[in-house]
Design a protein around this ligand. Structure first.
Ligand code: AMP
Length: 217
C-alpha cells in the first residue's frame, strides 16, 4: 500500500505520517526531511537547496526526482511507503507516474489535508521538531507539547525550530501550495484515487478519517 499526502504547510503531513507508519508499517519518504539533511553538506548544491527552502520556494524537479527514484526502490519501501511532500507540481506527478509504471508499482491512496490558512499560520509559530528522530511537536497546543519543556519525549534532546517556520516563508509556501501543488487535486481526482480529509480538527479525529477510508475501501 502506497500513500501520497498533499497539504499546505503545517496542515499535519508529518504528524499524520507518523501515525500511518505505526499502523501500517510503511516507509516514510519526506522530501522536506531528505532536503534538510542534504543542506548540511558543504557543496554548491546544498547551498542552492538551502536558499530555496529558506525562501519558501520549490527545489528544482531534477533534484527531487533523483531523490525519489532512488528512495522508492529501497528495501524498506517494498511493503509500501508514504510520500510526504511529493509530488508538489504537476510535472513531478507526471514523472512519478512514469516511475511507477516502469517499476510496476501503483500510486495507491492520495489524501488531501484541507486546512484554513489562519490555523496553519498559527501552527507554524509553535512548531518544533527533534533533530534526532524528526518527531514533530507544537508548543502552542497542549496535546502536541513535549512532556519536558523543549525536549524530545523519546530522544531527550533539545527541540529545534525549522528555519522556514516564520511568517514570511509561510506566506510564500502557502502561495506556492495554491499555485503549484493544489492543481494536483484535480490531477488525482480524475484518477479516482483522491480523498479529502478535514485538517481543521483534532489530529486523532483526522487520523480516524484516513483509517476509515483505508479499511473500508
Ligand atoms: P516540507 O517539509 O514538505 O514543508 O518542505 C520544506 C521545503 O522543502 C519546501 O518549502 C521546499 O522548499 C522543499 N521541498 C520539499 N518537497 C519538495 C518537492 N517535492 N519539490 C520541491 N521542493 C520541495
Amino acid at each position: 500500500m502506497n500513500i501520497i499526502l498533499i497539504a499546505p504547510p503545517a496542515a499535519g503531513k508529518g504528524t499524520e505520517s507518523e501515525k500511518l507508519i505505526k499502523d501500517y508499517a510503511l516507509a516514510h519518504i519526506s522530501t522536506g526531511d531528505l532536503l534538510r539533511k542534504a543542506i548540511n553538506d558543504n557543496t554548491p548544491l546544498a547551498r542552492e537547496i538551502n536558499n530555496c527552502i529558506e525562501k519558501g520556494e520549490l527545489v528544482s524537479d531534477d533534484i527531487i526526482l533523483k531523490l525519489i527514484e532512488n528512495r522508492i526502490l529501497e528495501d524498506d519501501c517494498k511493503r509500501g511507503y508514504i510520500l510526504d511532500g511529493f509530488p508538489r507540481t504537476i510535472a513531478q506527478a507526471e514523472k512519478y507516474d512514469e516511475m511507477l509504471e516502469k517499476n510496476n508499482l501503483s500510486a495507491g491512496y492520495v489524501f488531501v489535508i484541507d486546512i484554513e490558512k489562519e490555523l496553519a499560520k498559527s501552527r507554524i509559530v509553535g512548531r518544533r521538531s527533534c533533530p534526532k528522530c524528526g518527531r514533530v511537536y507544537n508548543v502552542s497546543f497542549e496535546d502536541s507539547m513535549p512532556k519536558v519543556e523543549n525536549t524530545c519525549d523519546d530522544c531527550k534532546v533539545e527541540l529545534i525550530r525549522r528555519k522556514d517556520d516564520n511568517e514570511e516563508s509561510f506566506e510564500k509556501r502557502f502561495e506556492v501550495y495554491l499555485n503549484e501543488t493544489a492543481p494536483l487535486i484535480d490531477y488525482y481526482e480524475k484518477k479516482n484515487i483522491l480523498y479529502h480529509i478535514n485538517g481543521n480538527i483534532d489530529k486523532e479525529e483526522r487520523h480516524k478519517q484516513i483509517k476509515d477510508i483505508i479499511e473500508n475501501s
